[in-house]
Write a protein that binds this ligand. Structure first.
Ligand code: KG4
Ligand code: ZN
Length: 342
């Protein structure tokens, strides 16, 4: 009776996604389908996401993703109880594609429509995957986000701090570019780092001595560039071992600052559960260091499976279910918000 089955739609960056999630109180939530269509190949030639190309691709693909999600769940729209859509923050053209599509479906079917904050989607994912209770602490680390959040309810988030410049994934990507490694940079820097010595080349630990939870990664990237130029001086290129050592040093520096700021956040907010989300949470070194930190502090550490940690629509459907139960539906005047702090 209180079981809800929601369609989720996500189009705020460079993934077009649709998913179906079902939940009845007192039971585990079920991801009935989760379709994610990346746009990496469309943007590859430009060295970054091109908003105009992204918007067009979302507009062209979003209804196909929805059909595929319904198909894979074995459901029709008539069996859906509500539609949740990312209404921001993100690239306005992409967000609009999703919001317009969701509004059209809601108007045609009479289904409730819920506009979800993309960051809330990430932040509520540990409840979808592990059914954990409020409150908990969350570290979002991806190519676009870096923040510590305290989560007290479906619509109750406190931003404790975050990056004042680049997100860590962005720094991994730029370091890969500096060192001539393939994109996305995270996995390739991690692979190189496994053969390197993290202690040989000293790199800064930005903002480590500053109180609070803010982080900075832009200076670290510049330090890698300088170290590379120093190592290359007089040589035609970068030696293999030098590159591996530089990757290891960079990864260790990122891990050190993330661990130290996490330690502070967990000490100041002893809520017992710490979860990570975002592409950078895939990094084995960072994961291992955060796991060890939590073991030492007696805190439960959660890292949802990667497909639900990176951009997807199951997290949007889930956040939609939670927020619908809390505050009901939005009306059809729902608008897209390129900027929307939690
Ligand atoms: O969450 P995500 O898929 O997309 C958004 O940014 O929203 O994260 C992608 C980012 C990229 O910057 C990528 O380089 C990084 O996550 N990443 C990693 C690893 N795998 C992906 N960074 C470090 N280590 C990894 N193993
Ligand atoms: Zn995201």
């Amino acid at each position: 009776p209180d079981s809800l089955t929601f369609l989720g739609i996500e189009s705020s960056c460079d993934d077009t996604a649709a998913a179906i999630v079902r939940h009845a109180p007192g039971t585990a939530a079920q991801v009935l389908s989760s379709v994610v269509e990346g746009q990496t190949s469309l943007h590859a030639a430009f060295g970054g996401v091109v908003p105009e190309i992204a918007a067009r691709a979302h507009a062209e693909r979003v209804d196909l993703c929805i059909e595929a999600a319904l198909d894979q769940a074995g459901l029709t729209l008539a069996q859906i109880d509500g539609i949740a859509v990312t209404a921001g923050p993100g690239l306005i053209g992409g967000v609009l594609s999703g919001v317009m599509c969701a509004k059209g479906l809601a108007a045609a079917t009479g289904l409730p429509l819920i506009g979800v904050n993309h960051l809330a989607g990430h932040a509520l994912t540990p409840r979808l995957t592990d059914g954990i209770a409020y409150p908990y602490l969350m570290l979002l680390v991806s190519g676009g986000h870096c923040q510590f959040l305290r989560v007290d309810g479906p619509d109750a988030f406190t931003r404790l701090g975050g990056s004042i410049d680049d997100a860590p994934g962005e720094a991994f990507d730029k370091v890969a570019k500096i060192l001539g490694l393939p994109q996305p940079g995270g996995p390739s820097v991690q692979a190189e780092a496994s053969g390197g010595d993290p202690r040989r080349i000293p790199l800064p630990r930005p903002l480590l001595d500053r109180p609070g939870y803010d982080l900075s990664f832009s200076g670290l990237k510049t330090a890698v560039l300088r170290a590379r130029d120093g190592l290359m001086a007089g040589l035609g290129g970068l030696r293999r071992q030098d590159r591996a050592d530089l990757c290891a040093a960079f990864q260790a520096a990122v891990a050190d600052v993330l661990v130290e700021k996490s330690r502070r956040a967990l000490t100041d907010h002893p809520v017992g559960v710490f979860a990570v989300a975002g592409g950078v949470a895939a990094n084995t070194e960072i994961r291992a260091r955060l796991t060890a930190l939590c073991e030492g502090l007696g805190v439960t550490f959660l890292a949802p499976p990667l497909r639900l940690c990176t951009d997807n629509a199951a997290m949007i459907a889930w956040a939609g279910i939670e927020q619908f139960r809390l505050r009901g539906a939005d009306d059809l005047t729902l608008s897209a918000r390129p900027r929307w702090p939690l």
